[in-house]
Write a protein that binds this ligand. Structure first.
Ligand code: FAD
Ligand code: A2P
Length: 359
């Protein structure tokens, strides 16, 4: 991707939103209070956020962008190193952090996805027994993995459960095939990996970029790769001087994902990193309805529009269902500002500032 340049975003240049602490990026105190409730991910992070730059096999910076190195018919056999539930007991579902040993055989760039082909077969619409199809998962680690050696990669997987409408509500929940296979995998389990795929969620080369990252649920995965590259790794060609602002939508405090890492970064880089949560089942929006991610972004519409005007990149990842609400909100803000929504959006797209990956 072409490097993006724009005037450095001074994090203190915008007015602090009402109710927030002195620094523009300071965290509202009430968000800190819930931190202890969140399960910790057992990865090699430091509360002090010591930079891992010296441990990185930096030759991996030189690797070209790879697409579909490993195809569906010839996947890379890998082993699961660990599976850890990363949500608290009151979360509305189960989400796991899964570390997979790739042994440097499937290099990728931050923002890409891998495919996993679950074991077993299914009967297709023609009555024939065929292998299960591939499922995509956003990669939740940087190219160096959670151990900074490039030997592993990580996924953030939510167990899919559903009720078969033909069987009615009485029927026990059915389990999504691949997500349950991954979340139940014991260390050492073999997984068939394809990819990497995807280009829409890549990071701009310029380390002085502003990122506005919007996630629902496991949509946080690619952003974890971003924040670890920006703040934990800081390779010499990517010493991050920009701003990263995460808007995260989950049901409740127990469903927060990687909040321990987020709070460590806020403590270490309060002027460069900010997180705002939309807790749909704990908070209400201004109309008294559920606090969804679009409502939270709307609260900061002035700052968000200013940052976009100054070249910020806006990313959306997670539930497909959030996009109509996001678009509606942005359309309304454009109308308030006398902007033509379609033109405004086309402008962002043409400058490669707009990144959407929803599923
Ligand atoms: P499946 O067995 O494929 O079932 C999937 C869903 O289909 C069910 O939950 C249900 O809603 C529906 N369904 C299937 N059969 C029936 C039926 N008989 N009756 C009613 N409903 C039914 N997921 C993540 O957890 N983390 C990620 O980071 C992630 N990244 C993604 C990135 C991309 C680009 C894409 C496209 C998807 C991503 N996904 C991610 C979603 C993931 O690919 C899978 O779709 C998801 O894990 C479900 O797969 P499964 O095999 O477990 O469920
Ligand atoms: P809720 O489940 O309270 O309706 P999930 O945990 O299922 O991945 O969802 C992540 C978050 O996205 C939850 O807070 C969920 O809220 C919320 N959500 C669900 N539907 C939408 C939507 N249409 N727009 C925005 N957020 C949504």
């Amino acid at each position: 991707m072409a490097a993006k340049t724009f005037a450095p975003v001074s994090l203190r240049s915008a007015a602090a939103p009402k109710g927030l602490s002195k620094t523009f990026l300071g965290q509202p105190a009430q968000l800190k209070a819930t931190r202890a409730q969140t399960a910790r991910v057992n990865v090699s992070t430091s509360a002090k956020l010591e930079t891992a730059t010296s441990q990185l096999p930096l030759e991996m910076e030189e690797l070209p962008l790879a697409v579909n190195t490993w195809k569906n018919k010839n996947p890379l056999p890998c082993k699961v190193r660990s599976v850890e539930r990363i949500v608290g007991p009151k979360a509305t579902g189960e989400t796991c952090h899964i570390v997979i040993e790739t042994d440097k055989k499937a290099p990728f760039w931050e923002g890409q996805s891998y495919g996993i082909v679950p074991p077993g077969t299914k009967i297709n619409s023609k009555g024939k027994e065929v292998p299960h199809g591939v499922r995509l998962y956003s990669i939740a680690s940087t190219r160096y993995g959670d151990f900074y050696d490039g030997e592993t990669t990580s996924l953030c997987v939510r167990r899919a459960v559903y009720w078969d409408p033909e069987m009615g509500a009485e029927d026990p929940a059915k389990k999504g095939i691949c997500s349950n296979f991954l979340c139940d995998a014991a260390p050492g389990t073999e997984v068939a990996l394809t990819g990497p795929t995807g280009k829409v969620m890549l990071m701009p080369e310029d380390p002085n970029t502003c990122y506005i990252m919007v996630a629902t649920g496991t949509g946080i995965a690619p952003y974890r790769s971003f924040w670890r590259r920006m703040f934990y790794e800081r390779p010499p060609n990517f010493e991050f001087t920009g701003l990263a602002w995460l808007f995260m939508g989950v049901a409740n405090s127990d469903a927060k994902l990687y909040d321990d890492e987020l709070q460590d970064i806020i403590a270490a880089y309060p002027d460069q990193f900010r997180v705002d949560y939309a807790l749909s089942r704990e908070q209400n929006n201004t109309k008294g309805g559920k606090m969804y991610i679009q409502d939270k972004v709307e609260e900061y519409k002035e700052q968000v529009f200013d940052l976009l005007d100054n070249g910020a990149h806006m990313y959306f990842c997670g539930l497909k269902g959030m996009m109509p609400g996001i678009e509606e909100m942005l359309k309304n803000v454009c109308a308030e500002k006398g902007l033509e929504y379609k033109e405004w959006l086309e402008g962002l797209k043409s400058k490669e500032q707009w990144h959407v990956e929803v599923y």
